[in-house]
Design a protein around this ligand. Structure first.
Ligand code: GLA
Length: 747
């Protein structure tokens, strides 16, 4: 590894051959290749090539992002785009990798600063670069002042997913305030594109939006201090109309659990740029001399096989590179499928106690559940959501002998034990708040707005961080706990941090989230086996940042099985089914008052990582037997469902009568198919379902997992048959809220 100047003439080739099992079509190496004569950087991984170069002015200019080019193809050197009119400066038109706001830039900057003397002009030029495994670190510098930006590029050899981030460094003698800091910007040439993104609200997360990209800027963001239910930091841009299995798709996901922003901008010349990183709203990060700021990672990928292809690439990447507790190496690395859990929340609410939880645990064990999780209500003076958050001692009235008798009982029943916590919050009615009222985010002298009767502890404060880490460490040391459901039930208000000088307080947006990650990292270091679920009133904190620490997420407080079919559809665009927890709860459902059969509820939840959240002490022997049978059937095919390649066959969105998904394991020797009917209309039968992703030459046996659907097709046929002729149901598969699942096993 050498630092080199722009004038270096040595041709370099970094070729990292990884001896790992590769997916179909993937390649075993990332070529990171710099050509000094043309000053072109080129990265090749999976089926992707990404290239950028230093143009004649010294700017780092994007050259290509798309399907893999031949090794013999020489990418021409970067030439700035011309000034098209006096209103369209060349600096604005040129797709720069990381552009400073200055020199007449009218599109989104990656970096905007104010220097101590009031100067706000920043023009970044190439300074040097370093070769690193699977990529480059490229250093840019302002043309006059000692502001340095190191751009980090790491391309995954198997998927071609490119991880990009930046480090901003002040090597001057005076402070600099960073006002807008992106992790990366991605560029696409002029064409007709459609944009896919996810929005939502509490109990209504994961709404897929698909629209034609138009001139101007589409902003996806959270100003809330955390990822948020309202938008998720993921995008996918497709050339032409959205298609599941065809066409070119460029996608990205930002790994940050604090306030974030992704802008998708079609400029006046129809070129597209996607810029993402810290949300610049209310942002300000002061860099003192010698200090630096590192951005989150913005992952970007490319698929030639539509949105389905994009999801499969990202899912595999998450399994192999992001999620914790992985086993195996290289592309074969993956976490174990999640244990089937029971969670007490919908059954008991805050009203937990030893006897009640033991009664639930006994029933859960009888169903074949692997993990028993006690939800909210076990600590402090927690009778409802008005009190107790912050006081993490076991409530002596509810658990007079501590948690041990319950945990021992759960273990004796053959399950492990999990517990709900909400470490970042405090109720004003708590001992903690009475003792440390200044520990919360607040502006001194101003009101403190409560949501769900709670305030946010300022995790950026070292004393708060130490407290939170301390009580969690003690909880996990004193009790045999395998799993924490880590909740976060409100967004920020009055985000003051009065320990810092006024001009530095906005650092809270960065330092809070870093503290959260630090606490999680330390806990995992001290308790390496403990697994974590990221929950924020449902799916309010799901992103590739938290997923480095969290083994699973709670996608929504909405457990209505019909709503979940659509929510899970949206969720699956960025995220693997491995992390998508789905509980079977009671009917009629509390949110929609909808009644559904137990089989429908089970099958809706079996599409993800299965859990039970019903009041199972009330279940009839028949219901217990149905659930027990389906849990056993689920476990047989769970690895295929949650870690296989997903094919979204029939969309449940926009009032669709039908829905269907299919998962195929990597060896292509097993597939699982889920079929749902919303409401049969006009006697229509379920459409013939052409499967995907099978080996055409192999023979597969079809077997029902559940549901009253009877296939009209043979029970043994080739992959070619299932993919070309398709799976056909007889007319008995009809009605309202019907579901069926099948498995295909290679002969
Ligand atoms: C949040 C979670 C729920 C439950 C409650 C407990 O709403 O999303 O699953 O844990 O908190 O108060």
């Amino acid at each position: 590894m050498r630092m080199r100047s722009a004038g270096a003439v040595l041709r370099s080739l970094v070729c990292v051959a990884l001896l790992v099992g590769m997916g179909a079509g993937a390649r075993a190496e990332t070529d990171a290749h710099f050509t000094p004569a043309t000053k072109v950087f080129r990265l090749d991984g999976g089926n992707v090539t990404y290239a950028f170069g230093v143009n004649g002015r010294g700017e780092l200019q994007q050259l290509y992002w798309g399907g893999r080019l031949a090794a013999t193809d020489a990418i021409p050197k970067a030439v700035p785009m011309p000034e098209v009119a006096s209103f369209d400066s060349s600096y604005t038109n040129t797709p720069q990798e990381y552009v400073g706001w200055g020199a007449g830039l009218f599109v989104e900057p990656a970096l905007k600063v104010t220097f101590a003397d009031g100067n706000r002009d920043l023009v970044l030029h190439y300074a040097s670069h370093t070769e690193v495994a699977n990529g480059f670190d490229v250093v840019l510098k302002d043309i006059l002042r000692p502001i340095y930006v190191t751009l980090h590029y790491r391309m995954d050899p198997a998927s071609g997913i490119l991880a990009r981030s930046a480090t901003i460094e002040n090597r001057g003698n005076e402070e600099v305030t960073l006002e807008q800091v992106a992790a990366a910007a991605w560029a696409l040439p002029p064409a007709h594109y459609s944009l896919n993104y996810l929005t939502g609200r509490w109990a209504g997360e994961w709404t897929l939006n698909q629209e034609t990209l138009k001139p101007g800027e589409r902003v996806m963001e959270s100003r809330r201090g955390s990822t948020g239910h309202q938008a998720n930091p993921w995008f996918a841009i497709q050339e032409g109309k959205p298609s599941e299995e065809h066409g070119e798709v460029w996608f990205g996901a930002l790994a940050w659990s604090g306030s974030w922003r992704i802008t998708v901008e079609e400029d006046q010349l129809d070129a597209v740029r996607v810029t993402g990183g810290f949300n610049p709203f209310d942002f300000g990060y002061v860099l003192h001399p010698g200090q630096s700021l590192e951005t989150p990672v913005f992952y970007g990928g490319y698929s030639a096989n539509g949105l389905g292809g994009a999801s499969r690439i990202l899912h595999r990447y998450e399994l192999a590179h992001i999620l914790p507790h992985r086993i195996g190496t290289g592309e074969d690395a993956h976490p174990k499928p999640r244990p089937v859990i029971y969670n007490s929340w919908e059954a008991t609410g805050f009203n937990v106690n030893e006897a009640g939880q033991i009664a639930l645990a006994e029933r859960a064990a009888a169903l074949g559940v692997d993990r028993f999780v006690m939800d909210d209500g076990w600590f402090g003076q927690r009778k409802n959501d008005h009190a107790g958050l912050g006081d993490w001692y076991v409530n002596p009235q509810k658990f007079p002998h501590g948690l041990k008798p319950l945990i021992d009982k759960v273990h004796a029943l053959g399950m492990d034990f999990g517990l709900w916590v909400e470490p970042e919050m405090v109720n004003p009615d708590s001992d903690l708040y009475r003792k440390h009222p200044n520990w919360v985010l607040n502006f001194p002298g101003r009101p403190r707005s409560e949501q769900r009767n709670q305030l946010v502890l300022n995790l950026a404060r070292p004393d708060v961080r130490a407290y939170v880490l301390g009580f969690l460490d003690k909880l996990l040391t004193d009790n045999d706990i395998a799993f924490l459901k880590w909740d976060y039930n409100r967004n920020w208000s009055e985000p003051g941090w009065d320990q810092l000088p006024p001009n530095e307080q906005k650092k809270v947006y960065v330092e809070y989230t870093r503290s959260l990650y630090e606490i999680l990292a330390k806990l995992k270091q001290r308790h390496p086996k403990v697994e974590i679920e990221s929950c924020s009133g449902g799916g309010g904190r799901v992103d590739l940042g938290i997923l480095r620490y969290a083994d699973e997420v709670w996608p929504s407080d909405n457990t209505d099985p019909f709503d979940r079919v659509s929510q899970q559809w949206g969720f699956s665009y960025p995220y693997t089914g491995q992390i998508m927890m789905a509980w079977v709860t009671d009917s009629p459902h509390w949110l929609n008052d909808r009644s559904t059969s137990l089989t429908y509820r089970m099958l809706s939840s079996m599409e993800g990582s299965l859990g039970i959240g019903a009041n199972i002490t009330k279940w009839t022997p028949e219901e217990m037997a149905t659930a027990k049978g389906l849990i056993a059937a689920y476990k047989e095919v769970q690895p295929t469902i949650v870690q296989g390649d997903l094919y979204r066959l029939i969309s449940p969105l926009n009032g669709s009568e039908f829905a269907a998904t299919e998962m195929v394991n990597r060896a292509k020797n097993q597939a699982v198919v889920f079929l749902y009917i919303h409401s049969t209309q006009e006697g229509r039968g379920f459409p013939r379902l052409k499967l995907e992703g099978l080996d055409p030459a192999a023979e597969y046996t079809l077997r029902s997992i559940a549901g009253k659907a009877a296939p009209q097709t043979p029970t043994m046929a080739s992959g070619a048959w299932w993919m070309n002729h398709g799976l056909e149901m007889d007319k008995s598969f009809h009605g309202d809220f019907q579901a069926a699942a099948f498995r295909l096993d290679r002969k």
